[in-house]
Each structure stands twice: as structure tokens, then as C-alpha cells.
Design a protein around this ligand. Sequence first.
Ligand code: ATP
Ligand code: MG
Length: 559
Amino acid sequence: MSELKHTEEKSLNFIEEIITEDLGSSKYKTIATRFPPEPNGYLHIGHAKSICLNFGLAAKFGGKTNLRFDDTNPVTEETEYVDSIKADIQWLGFKWAEELYASDYFEQLYEFAVKLIKKGLAYVDDSSSEKIAEMKGTPTSPGSESPFRNRGVEENLQLFADMRAGKYKDGERVLRAKIDMASPNMHMRDPVMYRIKHAHHHRTGDKWCIYPMYDFAHGQSDSIEKITHSVCTLEFIPHRPLYDWYIQQLEIFPSHQYEFARLNLTYTVMSKRKLLQLVNEKHVTSWDDPRMPTISGFRRRGFTPESIRDFCDRIGVAKRDNLIDVSLLEFCVREHLNKIASRRMVVFDPLKVIITNWPAEKLEMVNVENNPEDPAGGTREVPFTSELYIEQEDFMENPSKKYFRLAPGQMVRLKSAYIIKCDEVVKDADGKIKEVRCSYLPESKSGADTSGISVKGTLHWVSAAHGIPIEIRLYDRLFKIEDPSNAEGDFKDYINPDSLNAIQNAVAEPALGKSRFDDRYQFLRKGYFCMDKDSSEEKLIFNRTVTLKDTWAKEQKKA
Ligand code: ATP
Ligand code: MG
């Protein structure tokens, strides 16, 4: 309910304003949008923005959204990517109306091209790609016309059919639209419509050896599907006249293109090409490495679909490119996890504590709330015994004045259990602290404390006999600087060599042994965590999704 109110109160973004107008003026009865990924990599958080926008518009205005794979480039596309894209969209919580492929329209697109040839608006050019580039001119000087530009319709039809039939090698001929070689818009200078590529396509196999260019496929596919509002990112603004020109000349359904700013995030890169390099060159383990800005990376790291949708909602729909601070995304996931995560105690760097006045064989099960923020979260039993672990950093032999944790003669509370007092420090032959011997106050049990003593420090702890060994993976930014894509030199020069810190000998309370991958945890005083897919029967592995507080920004300021 409060979520709904949140969106209702917000003013409309510029695309919503356009749609409101279009529906009000009865330009359209209902709207249709599409999400058009090229299956040449895994989706990243920028795509999540586009998904939330396209599916969100349809949901808000009662229309539909198609999932259309823009699979017109056979060389880079794979079925693995198609499957991952579908899984990611579903995980984000969206349902497409139809699953479609630009390659399903290859025959129709071919017919469209024939129609333009017949109208005298397209021609086969025998020039080499270098020659075509040279004739293109520059943004400040007009291009020149190809010597093949004025071929007759019949000849063009025959040559185009021969191209399709496989009579020519890659690059020997192209089909071009006949528009205007002097246009100030470079995209209008007789753009290539079809190129020859003798390549196997992940869906059409070897049926085709000519493939349409993006510009001759995208708008036409929109039109075939009767997409009313075709939303894309700003770099397509100069393509819009060509988008409109094809639709007008073909006299087909008038889809319209609208552009918004790409999402860029600090301390990462946001292009499939660059992300693929990180995977191929083994800077990360895989597309779903928890350090990757991919949807699958965020999922594995423990982000929730709710938190990503919330983030996309908060950043809004901009008309100018910008760089969003990744700490906003972290804020969103922290907000959500605080509400849903079960609290658990895990000691990362164990120090043994012996409770000398607790009988060695005595076991008390302490009943602890799973989540104080969630009354329906239930409780769990945590074993308390005479031998416990606390964090090494929670004990100091010679503490400073403001140190409120455990120290000789000092008292602390063990979370949800008892107050203990440190009586003795036991060292090994090398003088290293082996264990700390304490006594507990029997009348200080949490919830029934009659001791009258108040202490400042509360520590998390794990029973030594019951604790299970786990591995913890702590992640830092993948890049050392805010905007590696726009920095001098290669973006990979800025990779943070310490983005993964694995802790091998952490000890967790036994309840963590029953974890499932979907479970979300807050490890007390440590942050939010989830189980990683590398976990095995022998060893459970947990990823830190995010720290409890945004300590990172503060640390940077200090440094
Ligand atoms: P990349 O450069 O990462 O490969 P792309 O734009 O080539 O991205 P596509 O698969 O063609 O990737 O994109 C599918 C849709 O997602 C397009 O409509 C595109 O505009 C949108 N999109 C891609 N990146 C972003 C981004 N960073 N922010 C918002 N939308 C994006
Ligand atoms: Mg693309």
C-alpha cells in the first residue's frame, strides 16, 4: 500500500506524459512497449533500468510489453545468452506478453527491402566497405554518390536475389537505402540495409547469408508488432530520422521512438563488450561473479528484485546522461534486507572464551528472535555452552579508555544471553593469546535481567562445540575509480586488485547450516549475507551483499 502511494505521488516522467497525451487524444487506444536485448551477453543493471521502464509503462497504462531478441548479428549471439536474459527478466518480476525474435521477421524484412527497391529507394552497391566509408563524407562535408547508385530496379532486384542466394562472398556487395548523400545527418547518407555474412545463426541456422542492419530491423520489428512507444537510449537520437523514414516509405504501422539517458553506475563498467572482456580475461570468474554489475551477479551477491526495482524507480527517467552513485543501489538493498533478513551470529576471526563458572556439560538453548523488524519472522534456538567463540577484535588486553568490549576485568553482554566478565588471559609459549577465561552473571539473562548491572558492549558469539565452519566472501568495488570507462587509457588498468577477500575459518551458529540459496541474512554487526552457489556439503560459503552501514564513503574521506 505504501509502495503504491509512493508511485502515485511522484510526478510523471516525460515518457509517461507523452503516453498520457497520446491516450487522451485517442492517438492510440492502448499502448505497447518492448524490451529488445541483443543476445550477445548477460544483462546488466542498465538493462534492468530499461526493463523496469518498459514493463512499468505497460503496467501503469494497461498495455503490454514484448520481449524481442534483436538477433540480427549471427556472429556474436548465443542461446546461452537468450536463456540468461529470460531468467533475469523473470527474476526481476516481469512477464512479457510475447517472446519474439527479429530473426522471425527475416522473410518479412526481405520483402520490405524488395518493396523499397521497387520504389527506387534502395540499390545494390558493389563498392568495398572502405570505399563506402570514404564516400560517406564527414559531419562537416557532404558525402559523394556511389557509381552504383543509379542502377535500374530490375538489376537491383536480381542482384539482391543473388545476394540472398549466396552468389557473393562476405563484403562483396551491400544493399543501401537511397536517401541523401549530403544530409547533415550521417545516418541518412544512403545507410546500408543488408550485408552479406556467411555465418551460422543461433536460430535460423544456415538459411540466410544476408543479414539486415540494426536500423533496418529495429523499427520494422517495432512496426510489425505494433509497438506504440519504442523506448531506447540517447545514442539513438540521430537514428530517429532513419527510423521514421523507413516506416514512412514502407507505409507500415507508425511506431515512434523515444530516448532516455542510459544508466551509468560509479566504480563499474556498463557495456556487454567490456563485461565480456572481464570474463574472458579472467578478471572475474564468470558473468554472474558477485562483483559484476550484471543482474545475475547482483542476484548471486544477494540483492533482491525488490531492491533493484526500487533503485530504478528512485533514479527516475532522465534526458541527460549521468553517473549514479552505486551507494544509492546499496542503500536500496540495505533498506529491503533490513526488513526481510534473518539475524544470525557468525564469528569471522574466532577467539576462544571459557566460561569458568558454567558447568562443562551444561547446554542451554537460548531462544532468539530471527528479525526484530519482522514480528512474523519467528525465533530460533541458539546453543550456549561453557566454551564460546567471540571475535579477536572484540578483545583487547590493554584497552584504551573508550574500549567497551571485552578486556581484563571488564564486562560485556553476550547477545541475547548473559553478561560475562574477563578474569584471566591465557597465552601460549610464544606469548600469543590462546583463550580468555571469564565468569558469567547467572541473574543477567537477556529479557530476565535482575543483575542491576548495565554494560556498554554487546558481542555476538558462537558455541565452540556447535559452531559450523564456513567461508565468507567479502567484496569491494571492482574498479578503483568512479568512472573507468571515461578515464585515460584502458578501463582494465583501473581494476581493484583487492575486490575479493575470502575468510576461510569463520564459525557460524548452527541454524545457518539449514540455509537455502534464497535465504537472506544479517550477520550481526557484520552486514547482509546470502549463501553462494559454490557451497558444498563440506563447506558452506556466504557472500556479503552489503555492509550494515555506508562505512565505505567515510573510510575514503579519512584516507
Ligand atoms: P551494451 O552497450 O551494454 O551492450 P546495448 O544497448 O547494446 O548495451 P542491448 O541488448 O542492445 O544492449 O539493449 C537492450 C535495451 O536495453 C536497449 O533498449 C538499450 O537501449 C537498453 N539499455 C542498454 N544499456 C542501458 C543502460 N545502461 N541504461 C538504460 N538502458 C540500457
Ligand atoms: Mg546493442
